[in-house]
Design a protein around this ligand. Structure first.
Ligand code: PMP
Length: 459
């Protein structure tokens, strides 16, 4: 038998080995790991260093978790302090000085009318756990079962949270229009779009034949994140508050992603000045470690002891890291900084849109920014309205960003919105570096995708 000699395999680096083992051993459901094949080994602030020695500017920030970037000194210090004190790390939901300090700091930041009277429930460690708790709370308090939620919403991956996010389950959700300018469901955009969305909501709720299951609550993201970075207009948010208040429907603000200065106010509900009945908080409140809570009006606190339990509701390190983060954001006015820098970045991106037909829209609030990538050549010529989404081009932009050492996320209904969620500690120089790399990546992605189209055989 002839022996064929195969070429010697190229030596694999540790970095490649780890990635290969991950793709062999981890679930097909893995997400970020697919589009960002990097192996982080060290990180500080905006920068992540990979096992291959490459450095990346991280504008994903743990999906919007890292208000202060990676390993901020105040966060590390707070964690070390707890460890050095010999405090227990696992305490279920027992009272501890660390939890007491976290709660005091969190209450300090809440909208004033909410303030000291609010109740807090520590939930399982993820945002979706807190969403579940909020839904359960309002159902218990009102004795009703329906939930009002919005088109494009994202609230998590557990059954109830998934249902209000648009998944199919038996939780009875009435879906209402979330206003947006670029792809306005009513084709008008602007103030008028918000007004029509509010009218639709009012009309549906008051229509005895509207088919609405009597609602226990309305859950609303003040800025939709995963849905494609869509800021809810302030007037419309106020209308939602009035409409729910008039009908005794508790309003739940999901601030999992928008909280802790991200949108240019400490909490995004402050932009419209409304006071919700329940706030769902996670991500940044744990200072990079898992932590999720709901805070709510005391009148809603009618559930039974143990009504929402869970083993991991006492993460002391997360509470210490979270308290340090909340205090740092508050004391250093990082929400204002996010508002100012975000406005400038959005302005620069809009200039960039002038040179790139592939940018359909630039929008955002504070340092929660989205660039919608479209195909200007596609769609029905002569039919007014935005060009169709271009997920292939968007994913090329993400790849080209990574090749230039910039980590961005994709979101939106068609995965065609490039999302920027940099830390609130981003400096002006770092913002310039991010914009430069993004501009280069856009040009490169347009070149590759359009070139491929030109060489496509005629149909
Ligand atoms: N609500 C919102 C607004 C979110 O953005 C997310 C996560 N992206 C969640 C809830 C769910 O949080 P988690 O992934 O921690 O369960």
């Amino acid at each position: 038998m002839a022996v064929t000699k195969s070429a010697p395999a190229a030596p694999t680096t540790a970095h490649e080995g780890i990635l290969r083992r991950q793709s062999m051993r981890e679930s097909a459901a893995r997400t970020y790991a697919r589009s960002l094949p990097i192996v982080p080994v060290r990180a500080r602030g905006l920068t992540i260093e990979g096992a291959d020695g490459r450095r990346y500017l991280d504008c994903l920030s743990g999906a919007g978790t890292l208000a202060l970037g990676h390993n901020h000194p105040v966060v590390l210090e707070a964690i070390k302090k707890v460890i050095d004190s010999g405090a227990p790390l696992h305490v279920l939901d027992l009272a501890t000085p660390v939890k007491d300090a976290f709660t005091t700091e969190l209450f300090e930041t809440l909208p004033r009318q909410f303030g000291d009277q609010a109740r807090i429930q520590f939930c399982g460690p993820a945002g979706t756990d807190a969403v579940e708790a909020a839904l359960k709370l309002v159902r218990t308090a009102t004795g009703r079962s329906g939930i009002l939620a919005f088109t494009g919403a994202y609230h998590g991956m557990t059954a109830g949270a998934l249902a209000v996010s648009g998944g199919a389950t038996d939780v009875r959700v009435t879906r209402l229009p979330y206003p947006q300018d670029y792809r306005c469901p009513f084709g008008v955009g602007g103030e008028r779009g918000g007004e029509l969305a509010a009218r639709w909501t009012e009309n549906l709720l008051d229509d005895p034949k509207g088919g609405v299951v009597p609602p226990a609550g309305m859950i609303l993201e003040p800025v939709q994140g995963e849905g494609g970075v869509i800021p809810g207009p302030d007037d419309w948010v106020r209308r939602m508050r009035e409409i729910t208040a008039d009908r005794s429907i508790p309003l739940i603000a999901d601030e999992v992603q928008t909280g802790v200065g991200r949108t240019g106010a400490f909490w995004a509900v402050e932009h419209s000045g409304i006071v919700p009945d329940v706030m769902v908080l996670s991500k940044a409140i744990g200072g990079s470690l898992p932590l999720a809570v709901i805070v709510y009006r005391p009148e809603l606190d009618v559930w039974e002891p143990g009504a929402h339990a869970g083993t991991f509701r006492g993460n002391q390190l997360a509470m210490a890291a979270g308290a340090a983060t909340l205090a740092y954001v508050r004391e250093n006015r990082l929400a204002e900084r996010a508002a100012d820098l975000g406005t400038r970045i959005i302005g620069r991106l809009r200039q960039l849109a002038g040179q790139h037909p592939g940018i359909g829209d630039v929008r955002g609030r504070g340092l929660m920014i989205g660039v919608e990538i479209v195909d200007p050549e596609a769609g029905d010529a002569g039919v007014p309205g935005p060009a169709p989404a271009a997920p292939v081009l968007a994913s090329a932009v993400q790849r080209e960003c990574l090749a230039r050492g910039l980590i961005v996320e994709l979101g939106g209904r068609h995965s065609s919105v490039v999302r920027l969620l940099p830390p609130l500690t981003l400096t002006d120089e770092q913002a310039e570096a991010v914009l430069d790399r993004l501009a280069d990546a856009l040009a490169a992605a347009e070149r590759t995708v359009y070139r491929r189209h030109e060489t496509r055989p005629p149909l």
